[in-house]
Design a protein around this ligand. Structure first.
Ligand code: PXP
Length: 241
């Protein structure tokens, strides 16, 4: 299983002071040295953390394969087609939200998503859709020709008791349905070392995209160790510093 480290909040720390550090490209290099398999960033319409130049440098230096999370907004699509990340994950976006709040309504927004998915695929970019583990949304991903989905684990990660158990069943079923339909299954949002064992019960997982908990942990342990801890939790190999 692969780990994609979301390094948005390295840029958050830079943006709050308007400095040139900490640099997300330096963070990507540390993640690579620790054994991570990919880098994820979210180019938000309000540019609150990651900036266009970060995406350009991460795509050009290609320290690790780059997965760009983005809204289906014309301006962002244009930037993405120019910068050509390896992968794109289409997410819903609201300006007021603290982080991505729900899955993409791929079924309801099929007409609007079709040209974007086609343009990204024609540019050689792997397209993923960030969706809830809902069979309707999985069917829509197949119909749109996206080869990949990222199942939204945020609801599970925030739930407790019976609610968490029920959501985990939905995630497990969703992963099975998506895999049977030929989709690559990724997962992300809200994953930390405490809820990771539940997440690992999902079958057919290709990649976990994890950000906030790793960067938060890195404040105390350093980024190399925070990535290494997550890889060990996933049962994956770690590289020593
Ligand atoms: N996957 C997607 C689609 C996201 O929007 C985010 C948050 O940017 C993540 C994964 C990472 O979530 P977290 O920061 O909670 O680990």
């Amino acid at each position: 299983m692969r780990l994609g480290v979301n390094i948005d909040h390295v840029a958050t720390l830079r943006q709050v002071r308007g400095t040139c550090y900490p640099d997300p490209v330096d963070a990507a290099r540390i993640c690579a040295r620790a054994g991570a398999h990919g880098i994820t960033v979210h180019l938000r319409e309000d540019r609150r953390h990651i900036q266009d130049r970060d995406v350009a440098r991460l795509a050009a230096e290609r320290v690790l394969p780059l997965n760009l999370e983005m809204a289906n907004a014309p301006e962002i699509v244009a930037v993405t087609l120019r910068l050509k990340p390896d992968e794109v994950c289409l997410v819903p976006e609201r300006r007021q939200e603290l982080t991505t709040e729900g899955g993409l309504d791929a079924a309801g927004q099929r007409a609007a998503l079709e040209p974007t998915v086609r343009a990204l695929r024609d540019a050689g970019i792997v397209v993923s859709l960030f969706i809830a583990p809902d069979p309707r949304q999985i069917d829509a991903a197949v119909a749109l020709g996206a080869p990949c989905i990222e199942l939204h684990t945020g609801t599970y990660c925030e739930a407790h008791g019976a609610e968490a158990d029920a959501e985990l069943v939905r995630l497990i079923d969703g992963a099975r349905i998506a895999h049977a339909a030929g989709l690559q299954v990724n997962a992300g949002h809200g994953i930390n070392l405490q809820n990771l064992p539940g997440i690992l019960r999902m079958p057919h997982l290709d990649t976990l995209n994890i950000g906030h908990s790793i960067i938060a942990r890195a404040v105390f342990t350093g980024l190399h160790e925070a990535v290494a801890e997550m890889l060990r939790g996933m049962g994956e190999g770690v590289r020593s510093e």
